[in-house]
Design a protein around this ligand. Sequence first.
Ligand code: HAM
Length: 421
Amino acid sequence: MDIIKGIKGVKDILPEETPRWRFIEDAARRWALCYGYQEIRIPIFELTALFARSIGAATDIVEKEMYTFPDRDGTSLTLRPEGTAGTVRAFIEHNRAADPLPQKYFYLGPMFRHERPQAGRLRQFHQFGVESFGTLSPHADVEVIALLWRLLSDLALPDLTLEINSLGNSDDRTAYKAVLLAFLKQQESHLCANCRRRMYTNPLRVLDCKVPDCRVATESAPRLTDHLSLEARTHFDQVLTGLMALGVPYRLNPRLVRGLDYYCLTSFEITSTHLGAQNAVGAGGRYDGLVETLGGPSVPAIGFAVGLERVSLMLPETSSSSSYECLYYVAAFGENGAKLGLILLDELRRIGISSQCDYRATTLKAHLRQADRSKCRYAILLGDDEAGRGSVILRNLQSKAQEELPLTGLASLLKTRSFPS
Ligand code: HAM
């Protein structure tokens, strides 16, 4: 019979890998809470219009990467390709702007993009993201970037570079796009087919093209940072000054334009040379107009998201603990021993002592083999002989040292030993 396999680019995270994931997620939660962010859980699918309107109709994500399908009544739905749009929708829908600002949210969860799978690029991937609403001050930008930098540094990810740029205000970009388009038209014959098309729909994206010919052709392209209004320039300078004050190192990258249309002013990306082609670990920026674009009040905002698969790829082996082990293996056998063993397991677990047993084993030898495989630290031997004496044998599975203990009150006794107060 044919085996039904998982979908390309959609991965299982197996028990050997989950401790690594928990380690990363715990660090993300800890850092977010430490900076005053609160967790939000938003749906995995939304109306397609939400993503088209926020991320932008002429972006790669909306044009070709979304998992979109009709609901039974024909309504177009989409699996979320990112978390900002859903968070902003929830912010507006629940009238959160009526509560005191600023408000700071974080989320963890799967996202979906139909991209060509490769190392660090999946079709179902996971993001940790934060969104901070209500602060125009460049200090909010500094705080968000510092949170991202501190988290990734705490995880000891190697060779991180923070790249930063300013996309200016919308008027700055409109003026700049005209200048850029004039330049790109002169270079048109050197550009790839995709850039020849998108220079008319989304010219900024041409600057981000990875095709070598396009990079050469746009080397001397006019820079957006040279076309910033005084207001945008001042904001950017204050962000850079703040980062310097906190000792967060950055590299100016005037070509950094991001693949989502909602950004303005500060945009940033953290890359690592350890990741190959998919070198962005996390990225984000300011999106002061998005709440309004989606029908809410005018509320400035800024955030970022980190790709957890990429963090996992880069996490040093020594960082996360090995897979979870139970403390006790209960080797209960014989008619009475097996019955008492079942009760003992229940007692241990009810007071929070991790324990397990292989019910298929019926002899001491079989149990000891399973106990060694289980990676438990101790075995509790409980056969009919021990049951008759009202005791058990506690065996240290490493040193093989054994001692006899009374069965009555055993769980409580082990609790005091496992968790000395
Ligand atoms: P993004 O740059 O599209 O931004 O994605 C953020 C991060 O998600 C990337 O840097 C990368 O680590 C990871 N990522 C993206 N696509 C994939 C994929 N196919 N496979 C594996 N990892 C991937 C956003 O999503 C914005 N919502 C970030 C943001 C939040 N801006 C403001 N607030």
